[in-house]
Design a protein around this ligand. Sequence first.
Ligand code: IVH
Length: 672
Amino acid sequence: YYYLEDAPRISDAEYDALRARNDAIEARFPDLVRADSPSRRVGAPPASGFAKVVHAEPMLSLANAFSVAEVGDFLERIRRFLGLGEDEPVVVVGEPKIDGLSISLRYEGGRLVVAATRGDGYEGEDVTANVRTIAEVPEAIAAADFPTVFEVRGEIYMRRSDFTALNARLEAEGAKTFANPRNAAAGSLRQKDPEVTRARPLALFAWGWGEVSAMPERTHWQMLQRLKAWGFPVNPRIERITEMAGIARYYEALEADRALLDYDVDGIVWKVDRLDWQARLGAVSRAPRWAIAQKFPAEKATTIVRDIEIQVGRTGALTPVAKLAPVTVGGVVVQNASLHNEDEIKRKDVRIGDTVVVQRAGDVIPQIVEVVLERRPKGARPFAFPTRCPVCGSLAVREVNPKTGREDAVRRCTGGLICPAQIIERLRHFVSRSAFDIEGLGEKQIAAFWRDGLVRRPGDIFRLPARQRAGELKLEEKEGWGAKSIANLMAAIEARRRIPLDRFLYALGIRHVGETTARLLAKSFGTIENLIAALEAARDPDSEAYRELIAIDGIGPVVADALVTFFEEPHNREVVEDLLSEVTVEPVREEERAASAIAGKTIVFTGTLEHMTRSEAKAQAERLGAKVAGSVSKRTDLVVAGPGAGSKLKKARELGIEVLDEAAWRVLIESA
Ligand code: IVH
């Protein structure tokens, strides 16, 4: 999952931590290793769109070390495995671990024949056509010492400077930008059209090899020198090291220069230099014993929180973002950091004016690690999270999960239909297939109408035909519109001036009111007026109206609260009224409403039923939202009486309670 998109949801550091925990658990409890464990996989399975390539030699992954000491342990394990004498040095090669994507370049007879991504390590994607457009990848090698079959393995990456320029270009074109150089490299390499890849500044560092017909060297170091001589770019910071002191020195030097390099480096790869030793060491599961990746810690810096801004997403979620005094973290200028949600701010107690430690863990959005309390300015007050939407002023609420009793972490704006942050998404939903189903009105058109001020709320859609006729819209002068598409759209709008209640309700996009719930509400209340009146009466959770609302089968407190909150909000009421001035909501036909005659009612069965058992009848009634009671009282709404009914029937008659025979009952429920 982490691997599957070029847009990771968690940081590399978080992923590494989770992986390490998983590995530790699996090491202790081997029985718990699942078939789909990440430890059994090396990257992602091939995505569709490119042909598959089976690697002649698998493309392995690397085990991780998180400190110089752990690199020491790695070397100790190697000594033990090989049974080396005390003064026998283990020469290693240190290489920057380039944060790009691995590639296998297969040369036959000195010509590039296949370029494949790593994929799952055994089978990758054929990206030959795209790779041929990369200037740094040699098309042919003329050198006499180049083996007949040679697979070069290396990293495709994008220089930071090229990445910045590419993003600027994409932004100017109105295209989606990339989050980081690695995603940019991955996205550029996986283009359907090689010409797009050609326009992307991709680069290569060779760090190894796969199948080789005849090995020309005996050490890794010498192989890298050959690769360089053959014309493959090899990283200039590679070093051959013999002592632990050298390892620590190399680590410190590279870590110090990390931000200054023009490419992202996420650690160091240490490799045993002697190839005969590499062969003896072999691999365990997915990683060679002769190499290890020493990961750099997440890059950190301190800066000041100038402000905490609340952003409102398309679905109404309020997300706090810390606006920071610009600071360079790992070569990238950071000015914003996500604070995730209200609780997170409280937990970290981040206040405006605070000095904070920010970290850029690999890629994703920078995070605030902690507050430097010693530097808190006097008078800094805890951040008061707004309870109103900063964009539209509507109430913003945190829902309570009735099962856990816990508040949702996310506070949401309730002004969906009037909130500029949400309106495009809401309108898109409003006209969608199961809602108003207005063909010819897609997100693009909606966004354009919104931009031009023509559609600000749903009711405006129904004013478009008249305004078009009056010559106010001048759609025909706008891009993407022709006489025919305009006529079609206006006809589609007119055709929806009458709408069934359930679609109307669903279209409003009230939280937790999906199609099924909308149908249920429509059946239960019959008309929009009834529903609105009921919701008004249900504002008080202790009211009879509220109890009746949640007594409807399928409507619990969550839906009830969402409905009440929606209709309580004056802005929403206005929007609905405005819409109702343009459209007619068809009431639900009586037969369809039958179920509502039962929902929430208390029913008593008495006497014998011919077509069903008593428990069957009871279950059916309950499914339709009724409560089934054993005895008749003032609170009984309906009595179903079969032959042999006695005292209960008598009592029902006395109390004036409606009585049905089995046949009438069946008619009632069958139409439900
Ligand atoms: S050696 C069997 N060297 O890191 C040897 N890998 O986490 C496998 N990488 O898939 C890899 N720079 O994509 C090696 N100098 C380097 C590297 C490097 C980046 C990547 C490579 C590999 C991943 C393993």
